[in-house]
Design a protein around this ligand. Structure first.
Ligand code: SF4
Ligand code: SF4
Length: 290
């Protein structure tokens, strides 16, 4: 079984548009949306939820008002400004609590509980392109490498059980803990970038991470025509590093229009932009075999 993840050095580079089209073109694949902070793939794939599970991660402090002796130790010691005092007494603002446990340890009355924190749900769904594993965090919950790892494990297990030979994931943007979790065990990363100074900077950073994981890198330049000179610079960088340049993808309104119609680009414009993406997908698969 092989794994491909679509990533970008930052959000908004067009990663999900490409992931949606590749999901359409992939055969015998399980789909996975690892971008749990901004899960957009479901907008394109319209999943029909088949299984739903809770996601618990970390802990949060909860003050038992009846045992609190109003000493203000927790208020003074919390580095995250998560404790508040009101007419009803001391309480914890759950969205601010980082679960550091300092208040729990220092409370002289032992009045602070420290239960596990329910952060959201994850799902296994049917889509018109096959099974998808995805998640929804509660508002205010931050992206979590643990959730990304869990989704990947579920996708792998289900691919194996179903005799599927590919896990295709819409990865997380950036270079933090979630993208590290996205890359672990992945064979090939398709990095979607834009021809801007920050785009090339982000590409360099994320490609470096891929190298750390010995993950092959292929690059797709989105909106290449907004800055052809910068596109050439990206191409020169890819040649220098030995990364495959999959495709120069033009700036277009079709990506937005297709999303409004809840279609992927290869469905919305099969003969035009779809042709470019079909070739990019063919080249991606060929690269996987090298
Ligand atoms: S440290 Fe404990 S006893 Fe003191 S205010 Fe906070 S909850 Fe109440
Ligand atoms: S667990 Fe840490 S972050 Fe949360 S309220 Fe206590 S001291 Fe503040």
């Amino acid at each position: 079984m092989r794994e491909i993840v679509i990533i970008s050095g930052k959000g908004g580079a067009g990663k999900t548009t490409i992931a949606g089209a590749f999901a359409h073109l992939a055969e015998n694949a399980i789909l996975c949306d690892l971008d749990v902070d901004a899960p957009d793939l479901h907008l394109l794939l319209d999943p029909d939820k088949r299984e739903e599970s809770e996601f618990w991660s970390g802990h949060e402090a909860v003050i038992r008002a009846e045992d609190c002796v109003h000493c203000a130790t927790c208020l003074n010691m919390c580095q995250f400004d998560a404790i508040e005092f009101s007419i009803e007494g001391y309480s914890v603002k759950p969205f601010r609590c980082e679960g550091c446990k300092v208040c729990v340890e220092l409370c002289p009355a032992g009045a602070i509980d420290f239960p596990e924190r329910k952060c959201g749900h994850w799902f296994v769904s049917d889509t018109r392109f096959g099974t998808m594993v995805h998640a929804q965090l509660f508002p205010g919950e931050e992206n979590s490498g643990r959730l990304v790892t869990l989704l990947k494990q579920q996708a792998r297990q289900r691919a194996e059980a179903g005799g599927l030979d590919l896990v295709l994931s819409d990865g997380t943007p950036g270079i933090g803990c979630p993208v590290i979790a996205s890359l672990a065990g992945t064979d090939l990363a398709v990095v979607v970038t834009e021809p801007t100074p920050s785009g090339i900077h982000d590409l360099e950073r994320v490609a470096e991470l891929c190298e750390g994981f010995r993950t092959k890198v292929a690059v797709l330049v989105n909106k290449w025509d907004i800055n052809p000179a910068m596109t050439e610079k990206i191409e020169a960088y890819c040649r220098d590093k030995g990364y495959t340049l999959l495709c120069r993808f033009p700036h277009n309104r079709a990506a937005v229009d297709s999303m409004l119609e809840r279609k992927v680009l290869t469905e919305y414009d099969p003969g035009g932009l779809g042709t470019l993406l079909k070739q990019a997908w063919k080249d991606t698969l060929a690269l996987l075999e090298k």
